[in-house]
Design a protein around this ligand. Structure first.
Ligand code: ADP
Ligand code: MG
Length: 140
């Protein structure tokens, strides 16, 4: 499925619908260059889950947990991961195979660790369509 958005608010709304429909154990991988909107999308998912805490990129930790919604949200940013062992250290499988929702920014960096059953989301710009245009492709 491909969705085109023309503002951060629209991308937020796409994420929000995902959050509203999400079921326990859902895994969503988010790929796309820096500044495409992976975190904006995640903020929408969090809103859809009823999370009120502010959600930002987990810059200094690999994973940030949000527990005040309908389901726990585990927000990963694996941009700085160099080796899969770093994921072992944080006990990633407890999150991936738990009862919450996992959203993983830069998931391509740990492709081999991602369970087969997941939704793959790629966000791309196309400057010929304007600065705020985003193409969001969801597979799975
Ligand atoms: P990432 O997490 O992919 O690095 P962010 O979500 O942190 O990106 O930032 C995306 C930036 O792009 C924000 O400043 C946002 O306001 C801007 N933006 C402009 N248009 C859009 C859009 N259609 N969807 C999402 N973000 C957009
Ligand atoms: Mg981000």
């Amino acid at each position: 499925m491909i969705i085109e958005t023309y503002s951060p608010e629209e991308t937020f709304e796409v994420g929000k619908k995902i959050g509203e429909k999400a079921v326990p154990g859902g895994i969503y991988t988010l790929n796309g260059d820096l500044g495409t909107g992976k975190t904006v999308f995640t903020q929408g998912v969090a809103a859809g889950l009823g999370i009120r805490e502010p959600v930002n990129s987990p810059t200094f930790t690999i994973v940030q947990e949000y527990r005040d919604g309908r389901l726990p949200l585990y927000h990963f940013d694996v941009y700085r991961i160099e080796e899969p062992e770093e994921m072992e250290e944080i006990g990633y499988d407890d999150y991936f195979f738990g009862e919450g929702i996992c959203l993983i920014e830069w998931a391509d960096r740990i492709r081999e660790l991602i369970p087969r059953d997941h939704v793959d989301i790629t966000i791309q710009k196309d400057l010929s369509r304007g600065m705020d245009y985003r193409r969001i492709e969801m597979i799975g």
